[in-house]
Ligand binder design. Structure first.
Ligand code: ATP
Ligand code: MG
Ligand code: FE
Length: 351
């Protein structure tokens, strides 16, 4: 089926068009620059930017796919989780489009959409053929989420194994960058600076990794203690009138985040006897994360899957891909009464 996907859960207005598992277009307009001076995504600013971008983005995606809007078989839209006001713009646009075109609508879960991105890795595969094997463990890391999922079936069985109990990993990168005087978004900046630093210079804490924590929070994450530890360490240096070795701090911080993310992801693969790990979310751009993921999965005999970066960050194509899977699995469309749900649980794949 030819599906148009709409994604507005955070700061990307993403419109994607797919035919089955074939990617036809993927238009992404980000309001990131508008959030820079606040050091993080401002919900009202994001919602307003979606309003401005949504119609031009739909037009651009349709043109790029070389289709007519009327050709599409269905519309898929993210209805949660995410920022309420931002989600509402996408949900409203999707409903208006569905009603005016007389097409069915599939309201889908943003996090499950990230897993669906993997289906589009293989553009020449024909509709119905999937590159994703089940079950798989998925590690999703972005500015708003840090979650480990057990995906037994993309359209019917996704279980949340664990998530962050405080800050998301991307958020931690952004906050630590601020402490180091680096601009927003901090992830790419820390990655760049860390390249010449010593990751063993400072031993920063690995959240929820002590044996007593692992017993209760085996698959959960915590980055707020790490962020505070970095801030304290930097302050102590400054108070003593010493220079802050930014590269070493960045490298040591990055090492702590990457270590804990992959220790827990590999533990999940081992515990559930699932030899597949899929990565998703904007933090997957991190160079050290990719390196350590490759090393540890290869050592553990786990097949590592990383979609191209344009499909790892928030985008409409992954939402369209999930919609297409639901259609191919024979699922009925969503009732138009669904709304945006900022705290939608991952087990609710479709509204
Ligand atoms: P979501 O709603 O999925 O949480 P988001 O907009 O918060 O969306 P993304 O757009 O997927 O998240 O990713 C942005 C985050 O990724 C930012 O926190 C940014 O600092 C982080 N990031 C980007 N590149 C890197 C990198 N190379 N290393 C670490 N973090 C990175
Ligand atoms: Mg974003
Ligand atoms: Fe996301």
């Amino acid at each position: 089926p030819l599906v148009l996907g709409i994604e507005t859960s955070c700061d990307e207005t993403g419109i994607g068009i797919v035919r089955g598992t074939t990617l036809l277009s993927n238009t992404i307009a980000s309001s990131m620059d508008q959030h820079a001076r606040y050091g993080g995504v401002v919900p009202e600013v994001a919602a307003r930017a979606h309003l401005e971008e949504i119609i031009p983005s739909i037009e651009a995606a349709v043109a790029e796919a070389g289709i007519r809007l009327d050709d599409i078989d269905a519309i898929a839209v993210t209805n949660g989780p995410g920022l309420a006001g931002a989600l509402m713009v996408g949900v409203g646009a999707a409903k208006a489009l569905a009603v005016s075109l007389g097409k069915p609508i599939y309201a889908v879960n943003h996090l499950v959409g990230h897993v669906g991105a993997d289906l589009l890795q293989n553009p020449e595969s024909d509709a119905g053929a999937t590159s994703l094997e089940y079950p798989t463990i998925a590690l999703l890391v972005s500015g708003g989420h840090t979650a480990l999922l057990l995906v037994r079936d993309l359209v019917s069985d996704v279980e949340l194994l664990g998530e962050t109990i405080d800050d998301a990993a991307g958020e931690a990168f952004d906050k630590v960058a601020r402490v180091l005087g680096l601009p927003y978004p901090g992830g790419p900046q820390i990655d760049r600076v860390a390249a010449v630093g010593n990751p063993k210079a400072i031993r920063f804490p690995r959240g929820l990794s002590l044996p007593k924590d692992m017993a209760k929070h085996r698959y959960d994450f915590s980055f707020s203690g790490l962020k505070t530890a970095v801030a304290r360490w930097v302050e102590a240096r400054q108070d003593a009138g010493d220079d802050v070795p930014i590269a070493d701090v960045a490298a040591s911080f990055r090492e702590a985040v990457v270590d804990v993310l992959l220790t827990k992801a590999v533990a999940a693969c081992t515990d559930y006897d699932v030899p597949r790990l899929l990565l998703g979310g904007g933090v997957i751009a991190n160079a050290r994360l990719r390196e350590v993921a490759a090393e540890r999965t290869s050592a553990a005999g786990i097949d590592l899957r990383i979609p191209p970066l344009s499909l790892c960050t928030d985008n409409g194509a992954m939402i369209a891909a999930l919609g297409a899977q639901l259609i191919m699995a024979g699922h009925a469309p969503s009732n138009l009464e669904f709304g945006a749900d900022s705290t939608l649980p991952v087990s609710e794949i479709q509204a």
